[in-house]
Design a protein around this ligand. Sequence first.
Ligand code: ITT
Length: 182
Amino acid sequence: MSLQFVTTNPGKVREATEYLSEYVEVEQFDYDYAEIQSDSLADIAARGAREAFEAAGGVDPVIVDDAGLFIDALDGFPGPYSSYVEDTLGVERVWHLAEGLEDRSASFRCTVAYADAETVETFDGEIPGEIVAPRGEGGFGYDPIFEHGGETFAEMGTERKNELSHRGRALDDLADWLAKRE
Ligand code: ITT
């Protein structure tokens, strides 16, 4: 079976391919599906998956992934708007926003939504950490400023990040669900 990962972000596809390759073949379908405005990643991903399934031809199953960085002391900012904030402020300035905070705890959250002709299913993952000054060359997006267990996500390899990360946790549940469904 092959699964189309509908996303403009190759970093997400790299992680999903490493995670799901023993269950399914993952291919990127580079398409920017419309994201509804909502505080809920699950609502955004579920609606996006339905649209992306049709855009990808309406035959093969698709997944989409909506993710974000939630800084506790900023009431979850940038949250569902993480992509917009990365493009406008940039990661370095998000660090400077957090730098002055006493409590720099944060979490990465992710919902992977699967859609085929019959169903839409969502799988959530979350990982706590702390915002730090940028370190590391790997990963993508906010990885250099997100530390967990003494290392930033940009300092870890993909395999280690997948073991821990919000996306890894959501993909783990998706893989279990796919295995049971066969
Ligand atoms: P698509 O919508 O096309 O999938 P995107 O990069 O815009 O790609 P999102 O809408 O889910 O994805 O935005 C999530 C934002 O959070 C974006 O700025 C990402 O770079 C960032 N992000 C998501 N997962 C991340 C991760 O594992 N590590 C670091 N940053 C991440």
